[in-house]
Design a protein around this ligand. Sequence first.
Ligand SMILES: C[S@@+](CC[C@H](N)C(=O)[O-])C[C@H]1O[C@@H](n2cnc3c(N)ncnc32)[C@H](O)[C@@H]1O
Length: 415
Amino acid sequence: MTRPDDPKPEEPAALRYGFGANWQRYLARCFSPERLEIARDHMLRFLRRRDLAGLSFIDIGCGSGLHSAAARMAGAGPLLSFDYDPDSVAATGRVRDAVTGGGAGASADGWDIRRGSILDAGFCAGLGRFDIVYAWGVLHHTGDQWTALRNAASLVAGGGLLYVALYAEEAHLDPPPAYWLEVKRRYNRAGPLGRAVMEAGYVWTHMLGRRPANLLKLPGMARDYRRSRGMDLHTDVRDWLGGWPMEFSSIPAVVRFAAAELGLDLVGLASGEANAEYLFTPRAAPAPGYPPLPFRDPHPVMVRLDDPAALRGWPPVHIFGTAAGAAVLLRAFDEAGIAVAGFVDPTEGAGESMLHGRPVLPFGRFAAQAARDAPVVLSNRFVFENGRRLVEAGFTRVFDAHALVRRLAAVRRSV
Ligand SMILES: C[S@@+](CC[C@H](N)C(=O)[O-])C[C@H]1O[C@@H](n2cnc3c(N)ncnc32)[C@H](O)[C@@H]1O
């Protein structure tokens, strides 16, 4: 875990992971129009936009090039992609050729690809400013994520947005960050056979829960994995075990640093997965239609719920959310004998309805009538945004069940 004022980690050059080679393998095996659409939809959903027409876009640490292509597909332009690793640069070039037809027209088409480092302030100074600055899963792999974040922020145009994803300390409680850092050191020192053994061990322990019966479901899990930003399970396992240098940061530390040091307001946040996604806009010249989130410091504490049975003896619970995670939670509570009073629909303008035989109340109605000590369990990954709404409305028993939902969903898929 690092804080902005920590001493800079030593650059472990010998252990540096070859991300680009992994991305080349991904392209050879997995790149498809379907994955491109999934990547585009994920990006647009978080940006809360229908398209990116007329917006300049920079993809920092472009990796496979899939997300640059997704931005292009959403209408972004001009587009600039860069990466430190020459193999990632080459991979992105191949993707550009695939989606633009290749040839001289590709760069004339307004999509430039370069090699460079986000830690190189001189390089960054020559890039210009962009409406959307995108750095997904990159800054924490540079060796100095706070300088990288500062340099990324310098690329945001007035009225623009900074979309970053960083490994969240909060999502790595068990095993903790220190465990994973040691695993990565071992993986990068290992030869091809040792790495293959570690990859298999990771899948067996952390994805299959060491249950032989789950092996049969592995192909289905791998197939479904594309829904995660168009990515691929094996590529991500290698990236996760190898990805070095590597830092973790807490969500409040990032938000505080962005506000105090970079003059950025938080306007979007999705957490609960390994990477927390942040959307920032310059306070001095904000993007229209992106009001700042009222992020409180210290951040409201939500209790993480790892076992549905922990709520035995409590008043009936409300499940916050109405999507797939809510159904998974309802089943878990039913199985544990915990009474569920109903669901809360966080969507603006939602009406009352029924779901799985329980009432669904829109958030406003729920906040107007529910007792403030009613237990509310968050089922989706917008844990911090929704948790904050509840805490600010005065609810005192707010539970974050996102990790539980993910675990139950994975087990359900694999048993
Ligand atoms: C985990 S991959 C993420 C790739 C892509 N953004 C995505 O979302 O799939 C991290 C990428 O960051 C690149 N990278 C690492 N250090 C960098 C730096 N200092 N400047 C630019 N890119 C860097 C790596 O080469 C790698 O391609």
